[in-house]
Design a protein around this ligand. Structure first.
Ligand SMILES: [Fe+2]
Ligand SMILES: [Fe+2]
Length: 185
């Protein structure tokens, strides 16, 4: 009966279009068929949960909408890359995704850099050094991959997830109030 609780329940409503009580009754009368349905649904939900490497959370907000949107975009590409890797999709899928991640990272870092420069944020030099170190690391990885020296590795994705989550919550959040005070929302 545990299967009916938590994440499986809303899908059950949608799937059968009946109340949960009716669902229980049906389970006891047409037990085998329904159990198969539920097992399939639960498996899909669990799989989707596992595929997300990092989920956006409001605690990641830096208080500047365009930068929050870019962070969401970065998390999205990272999750796509993770999904491609878990599904063992070909390099023709994961390779361009990795390139897109690098390109978008550069766009995002440039945007942050511009805001910090324009507002004369005191921590700019230190922040910029962190961006440069990550861009260089990603670029080197991409070069090695293009040479066929390495594929997409889970360690890289975990590193990027941890780096991004930590950087957003620490360094990026430091410029938030400063940018807001300088009219950047
Ligand atoms: Fe950022
Ligand atoms: Fe940053």
């Amino acid at each position: 009966m545990e299967l009916w609780r938590g994440t499986a329940t809303p899908i059950f409503f949608w799937f059968h279009g009946r109340s949960l009580r009716e669902g229980y009754c049906e389970l006891s009368t047409v037990q085998y068929q329904l159990q198969v349905d539920v097992i399939i649904i639960v498996r899909i939900l669990v799989e989707e949960e596992v595929l997300a490497l990092l989920n956006w959370n409001d605690r990641y907000s830096v208080g500047v909408k365009v930068l929050d949107d870019q962070h969401k975009g970065l998390i999205g590409i990272l999750n796509e890359l993770h999904e491609a890797m878990l599904k063992a999709q070909a390099e023709s899928v994961s390779g361009p995704l990795l390139q897109r991640l690098l390109d978008y990272t550069r766009v995002h870092f440039a945007a942050e850099d511009r805001f910090m420069s324009e507002s004369r944020f005191p921590g700019l030099a230190q922040h910029r050094a962190q961006h440069e170190a990550l861009t260089q690391k990603l670029g080197e990885y991409l070069t090695r991959r293009q040479r066929g020296e390495t594929g997409i590795q889970i360690q890289l994705l975990h590193f990027l997830r941890d780096w991004l989550a930590t950087h957003i919550q620490k360094e990026d959040k430091e410029y938030g109030p400063w940018l807001n005070e300088h009219g950047i929302q």
